[in-house]
Each structure stands twice: as C-alpha cells, then as structure tokens.
Design a protein around this ligand. Structure first.
Ligand SMILES: CC(=O)N[C@H]1[C@@H](OP(=O)(O)OP(=O)(O)OC[C@H]2O[C@@H](n3ccc(=O)[nH]c3=O)[C@H](O)[C@@H]2O)O[C@H](CO)[C@@H](O)[C@@H]1O
Ligand SMILES: C=C(OP(=O)(O)O)C(=O)O
Length: 431
C-alpha cells in the first residue's frame, strides 16, 4: 500500500459554509468498465472523483490494453479502448483487482472484446461474505463458460458466443445488475433481467450505455430489457454526484451542528436516509442543485431506528456514519444491517471512544447520549473510516483514524473539504 496515511481529527467546532460533492464512485467504476466496450473513438468522462478506486480502475484499464489519461484538475478521464483485443492481456491481476470491488465490472468488456477473462482476485470493502454468484451464473446463462481454478483461486471465463437470455437476481445486486446489462448490450438477441437494482448509479450507467448506442429499457422499474446491438460508440458523459459522499457530509453537519450548503447533492438520492435524518432533527432544503443542511446544536438529536435495504431504502454505505451519529442522540437507537454481515466492526472502534453500542448478529443498539473522547481507532473499511472522522469531529481531544487509504478509496480530498467548513482535520502521510 506504499505510504501510510492517517486522518488526525480534533473535535468541537460547528461546521459552516459550502462543500462540493464529488462525482459518484459507484457510477464511475462501472462506466470505466463500460468505456472498454467501445472498439472505436475516445470516451470522455467528466466529474470523475479523484479517489484511490478510480486510480486502481484506470490501472486495470491500462493493464488490459486501453490507453488512459486522467486530467485530475479537470476531473476528466479520457479512455481509448480501440486496441483492447489481446486475449493474453484479458487478466484481472490480484495486485490491482483485489484492492477494489469495481474490478469485477471489467469482465463484460473483456468477454466482448477478447472472448475471455481471467479473474485472479476481486476486492472491495471487507464487509463479511460478498458473493459474486449472480454475476457468474448470469454470464453463464448468456453463453459464457465460467470455471473455477480452485488451486490458484482464479475464475476463468470463456465467452466466444454470448447471446441474450432471461435472468433473475435473488436480490437486486447493484454491480450484478450493471454487469449483466453490460454483458447483454453486445450479445445478439434479447436479455431480460428480473429483480434488477434501482440505485441511481445504475440508472446513470444505463444512460451512459444508451448514449453509446445500447438499447436498454425498464431502468428504475426492476425489470430491465436489453436488445443486443452490434457496436457501441465512445461518447462524453458527466458522472452524477455521489449520494453517499453527500450523506456523509450531511451527517457530519448533523453531528457538529451548523449550516452547510452541499453543491451537487440531490435530496431524492438520499432515499430513506433523508427521512431518518429529519426525524433526528436535521433540516434540509433543496435549491436547484444545492442542498442546504442545518442542525441547531442547542437542540439534542433524537434517536432513530434504521434497517438497511436496497435503494430507495436506507443505504448500507450510510449505516456506519449513522451509527456514529446515533451515539450523540438522546436515547436508544436501533440499527439492523440487512445487507452485509460484516459492517459492525465500527461499533468496537466507537466504543473505544466512549460510545455504548451493543451488537448482536446483524442488529445493534446504540445507547446515547455519550461523550466521545479522541483516541487511535481503526478504519476497517471505507465508510467505517469516514464515520470515525465524523466521530472525531465531535470528540474531546485528538482522534487518529488509520489506515487512511480506505477513506481515500471513496472520498476525494476529504480532509480539505471538511477543513473548508471549519473542521480541524488533517490527512497526514508518514513515509
Ligand atoms: C462498487 C459498488 O457499486 N459497490 C456498491 C455495491 O456493491 P455490490 O454491487 O457488491 O453489492 P450487491 O448489491 O451486489 O450486494 C448486496 C447483497 O447481495 C449479495 N450478493 C451480491 C451479488 C451476488 O452475486 N451474490 C450475492 O449473494 C451480497 O453478498 C450482499 O449481501 O452495492 C452495495 C449495496 O448498495 C454498496 O454497499 C457498494 O458500495
Ligand atoms: C462497500 C463499498 O464499496 P465497495 O463495494 O467498492 O467495496 C462502499 O462504497 O461503501
């Protein structure tokens, strides 16, 4: 992982001012994979967040044969995938692919462009069991041959003859839906995906693919139909704003108190999280593309009950900052994590800071109000890291959150953007 990054946070300041919400991590990653489907021209992606997962994704794109430019100041990525046709290079090596979940989103382009893919590792946040069976079984139903090399822990996909088919997802998997759409767009015939994901990022990916020439209908209804086309064209697309980044900033304001404008945030994309935060005492008002968030620090936060579920339910990625926020509420909050069985590693870290959280399986009770004290805590995953920075901003004294790489996987310029609101937070790099 190279340099050691940590976040040093000192609590006690209310936040005020303007924060710029980044482009969505979970939209740009599938779009980098989708850009590789275009055999001609150059794809231009705008509003790309400058985060570690995007670096990894671009490294992977180069590894398989695409030409990539990342103009960071302009938040623009240019991808030329015209020479991506060498089956020998159709490999997702563990040293890159195991560092982020989005690596699995390269498989459809490799299948279509080279006829095969070898997956040597797929990473992402360590959230307990995270299967990819819907992806592999879906590829197989579309005509691919998927085999597992148990000795090496590799998955081999041979796909010389993809064609449309009827698919059903047991749960509406977010990347599963994107991956199966991408596998279907260039496969002759009709593909139907039942019980498809409804997340706004999935719809953004559909609109990107549609601009490229794909024929996709039913996005946002749970029943998606794809008519295979012969080729896709490289286009320009502006990535939607990141609803999880927006939710984390809104919850941080909820924790410290204050008034903040979130440029680019869309209240509708917060789904149920919006209503939960309002019940806790947070004020929202949307003015065009700017979301105003207020919380009066003199009025105690109310406790909350939340169950994570696919969009528009309470987003699992916002469950960690909600848990940190609930430690400040007056009374008992109940959280049921229904998507990932490994998301509660945060509770022990918050307890080290003085929180009182009991975990039983996938349910947690947060006893508030607690007075948080700064200490050294571990970011077990991306959102745990962000939640601990949030907790540090209301804790007495200094909180050190490490490894910072995990926060940097998904939040761009996190310390800089919080500091612009008056927070005392630094990203420290030890060599
Ligand atoms: C890169 C990206 O977009 N990541 C997001 C995506 O992850 P990701 O797409 O991996 O999440 P899924 O929606 O696929 O996972 C949801 C649940 O379904 C299970 N499952 C999923 C696929 C499968 O083949 N078999 C299976 O059993 C998973 O173990 C999990 O319990 O959606 C999650 C849920 O909103 C978010 O937390 C992640 O930030
Ligand atoms: C779980 C997350 O990401 P990933 O799926 O990339 O691990 C997340 O964004 O919180």
């Amino acid at each position: 992982m190279g340099q050691e990054v940590r976040y040093r946070v000192r609590g006690g300041r209310p936040l005020s001012g303007t924060a710029f919400i980044q482009g969505a991590k979970n939209a740009v990653l599938p779009m980098i994979g989708a850009a590789l489907l275009a055999a001609k021209g150059r794809t231009v992606l705008r509003n790309v967040p400058v985060i570690e997962d995007v670096y990894r994704s671009l490294e992977l794109a180069e590894h398989v044969g695409a030409k990539v430019e990342f103009h960071e100041a302009e938040r623009t990525v240019v991808i030329d995938a015209s020479r991506l046709n060498d089956p020998e290079r159709a490999v997702l090596p563990a040293d890159i692919a195991a560092r982020f979940r989005g690596s699995v989103l390269f498989v459809p382009a490799l299948m279509h462009r080279t006829g095969r893919a070898r997956i040597e590792g797929v990473g992402g946040c360590n959230l307990g069991s995270r299967n990819l069976d819907f992806h592999y079984r879906g590829f197989a139903r579309l005509g691919a041959e998927v085999t597992e090399d148990l000795e090496r822990n590799h998955i081999n996909v041979e796909a010389s003859n993809l064609r449309g088919g009827r698919l059903y997802l047991d749960t509406p998997s977010h990347t599963g839906t994107e991956n199966l759409i991408m596998a279907a767009v260039l496969a002759p015939g009709t593909t139907v995906i039942e019980h498809a994901a409804l997340e706004p990022e999935v719809l953004d990916v559909i609109s990107f693919l549609s601009a490229m020439g794909a024929k996709i209908s039913g996005g946002g209804t749970g029943l998606i139909t794809v008519e295979g086309v012969e080729e896709l064209t490289a286009v320009e697309h502006t990535i939607m704003s990141d609803r999880i980044d927006a939710g984390v900033f809104a919850m941080t304001v909820a924790a410290t108190g204050g008034e903040v404008s979130l440029v680019g945030a869309n209240l509708d994309h917060l789904g149920v999280a919006r209503w939960k935060l309002e019940q806790m005492g947070v004020g929202f008002s949307q003015e065009g593309a700017v979301l105003h968030v207020t919380r009066d620090p003199a009025v105690p936060l109310r406790p909350i009950n939340a169950v994570t579920s696919p969009f528009p339910g309470f987003a699992t990625d916002l469950q960690s900052p909600l848990m940190a926020l609930a430690t400040l509420a007056e009374g008992e909050s109940y959280i049921h994590e229904a998507i990932y069985d490994g998301r509660f590693a945060l509770a022990d870290e918050l307890n080290k800071m003085g929180a009182k959280i009991e975990v039983e399986g996938t349910r947690a009770i947060v006893h508030g109000t607690t007075h948080l004290r700064g200490t050294e805590v571990i970011a077990h995953d991306l959102r745990t890291g962000a939640a601990l920075v949030l907790a540090g901003l209301v804790a007495e004294g200094e909180t050190i959150v490490a490894p910072g790489y995990l926060v940097d996987r998904g939040h761009a310029q996190f310390a800089t953007r919080l500091a612009a609101l008056g927070a005392d937070v630094e990203r420290v790099v030890a060599s």
